[in-house]
Write a protein that binds this ligand. Structure first.
Ligand code: GLU
Length: 304
């Protein structure tokens, strides 16, 4: 096939994308392998058989139903990821969800996890599709108009993921005119839109699609919480890296139905108990800690 000199960079990019696709067959795909930590290495949590939260309609419904329904993500390595072969969810946020469930009287065999994307979290909680939501969910005043938040249980920060050989992007100040991918309905997407209007912002439903687009040269960077980006980078460190320093604070909370204060406070108690007894740190070390960052101290819980 002939090509003009002008067409060559594009051909080169296509060839690279094809090579990456071929590499995917050998287990080195753009979207990291959908395998979380082995179930056996994870901590287990003692189920409180005497749990009772009589003032919480959410808890009473779950008790009657015989299981808890918990919303989370399915494509965020080390944070919240579903193994398509087994259906199991794993990651730090999944562990947080499990330790809370144990205090509410539900063992892992009585939790039904549901994948809910960033843009659909408030609606899922408002419609009663899930009892609570654990998945890189930033607490903020705007969201508090529609849902309640237990926690925070972790402090993340917005950051940038670029290709490993990228030299020009070292922070959000370098993004003018660049194509940056994030997820619609997320706080990082909203921040870029508002504070960095010269960015060519592209929104998808999930971050793994953004990462695929980064590896195949469709975008120049992916922006969201450092926790999420660290997981992708740790899976393919020869292809991806984080750039610059975090430029926001993203306190992670457990989303709950807004009116159910008793439920929210029971969740706050559960988080505090598991932070104090070492479960929080054990869970971190077995999940997010695998991406190479030692466990920070959890932020203070805000009981409102
Ligand atoms: N923590 C941010 C948010 O809640 C970004 C991560 C996500 O989309 O889940 O919007």
């Amino acid at each position: 096939m002939r090509s003009t000199p002008r067409a060559r960079p594009r051909l080169l990019a296509l060839a690279c994308a094809a090579l990456l696709l071929a590499a995917a067959a050998c287990g080195k795909e753009g979207t990291p392998p959908p395998k979380g930590p082995d179930q056996g290495e994870l901590p287990t949590y003692e189920v409180n058989a005497a749990a009772d939260v009589p003032d919480s309609p959410t808890w009473r419904n779950a008790k009657e139903r015989g299981r808890l329904v918990v919303g989370t993500k399915a494509d965020q390595p080390y944070v919240a990821q579903q193994d398509p072969a087994t259906g199991y969810y794993s990651g730090f946020d999944v562990e947080i969800a499990k330790m809370i469930a144990a205090d509410l009287g539900f063992g892992v065999d009585r939790i039904e996890f549901k994948t809910i994307t960033s843009a659909n979290r408030e609606t899922a909680l408002q419609n009663g599709q899930v009892d609570y939501y654990a998945g890189t969910y930033t607490i903020n005043d705007n969201r508090k108009k529609s849902v309640g938040f237990a926690g925070p249980y972790y402090m993340a920060g917005q950051s940038l993921l670029v290709r490993a050989d990228e030299k020009d992007i070292n922070g959000p100040q370098d993004l003018n005119g660049k194509k940056v991918c994030s997820v619609a309905g997320s706080t990082p997407y909203q921040r870029l839109q508002k504070d960095y209007p010269k960015v060519k912002l592209i929104g998808y439903d999930s971050y793994s699609v953004c990462v695929d687009n980064l590896i195949s040269f469709q975008v120049d960077a992916v922006s969201t919480d450092d926790t999420i980006l660290m997981g992708y980078a740790a899976k393919v460190p020869d292809q991806l890296k984080l750039a610059g320093q975090p430029f926001s604070q993203e306190p992670y909370g457990i989303g709950v139905p807004r009116g159910d204060r008793a439920f929210r406070l029971a969740l706050d108690d559960a988080i505090a108990r598991h932070e104090a007894n070492g479960d929080w740190k054990r869970a971190y070390d077995a999940t997010l800690g695998l991406s190479g960052v030692p466990a920070p101290a959890p932020p203070p819980i805000d009981r409102y």
